[in-house]
Design a protein around this ligand. Structure first.
Ligand SMILES: [Fe+2]
Length: 174
């Protein structure tokens, strides 16, 4: 788990969105979904695109309908949209990956998001709660409720929803 995170982090440092990546996202996302996706920083966007490509590959071994496959790819592209609420810089990523999950940091929302300590606490809060915050963003933007659910539960283990399991598996591979 930890090694995977470190590997992801190293790979993410050289994130570059190619024209093929751009075409891929535009193929699958409608304009409203795409405008949400475009809020992501390059590192998270690249991770999401890679996750979506893996979802497509994994979907071949599941008996998904065309619509389900479409939802799975959209869900993969938007699963981390909650992280767009703050700029989670490399410093925060390293801190959160190495220490964040061992601490209570991130479990509460600081009253303000101004610079300094509050910014740090708010970033940790977003990192920890990005699934719920992302689902809220998606709902507010009027996205399909199926998609909102995929974002909300993308870290849920042993879900009864096969699409959530595919996204989670793909997420872990990227
Ligand atoms: Fe996530």
């Amino acid at each position: 788990m930890m090694w995977r995170r470190i590997r992801q982090f190293v790979a993410a440092c050289k994130a570059e969105i190619t024209p093929a990546d751009e075409a891929f996202t535009s193929d699958f996302l409608n304009p409203v979904e795409k405008s949400l996706f475009d809020r992501l920083d390059a590192v998270t966007a690249k991770h999401s695109i890679n996750t979506a490509r893996t979802v497509l590959r994994l979907a071949q071994s599941y008996n998904l309908s065309a619509t389900e496959k479409q939802h799975a790819v959209k869900g993969a592209l938007l699963h981390d949209i909650g992280k767009s609420l703050v700029k989670i810089t490399k410093f925060y990523k390293v801190f959160y990956v190495l220490l964040g999950r061992f601490l209570f940091i991130g479990t509460w929302k600081p009253p303000h998001t101004i610079a300094g300590v509050n910014k740090f606490l708010y970033t940790m809060y977003v990192a920890k709660n990005h699934a719920k915050l992302g689902a809220d963003l998606a709902e507010k933007a009027g996205l399909d409720s199926r998609l909102v659910r995929l974002i909300l539960y993308h870290h849920a283990e042993n879900s009864t929803d096969p699409i959530i399991n595919i996204i989670r598996e793909a997420d872990e591979l990227n």
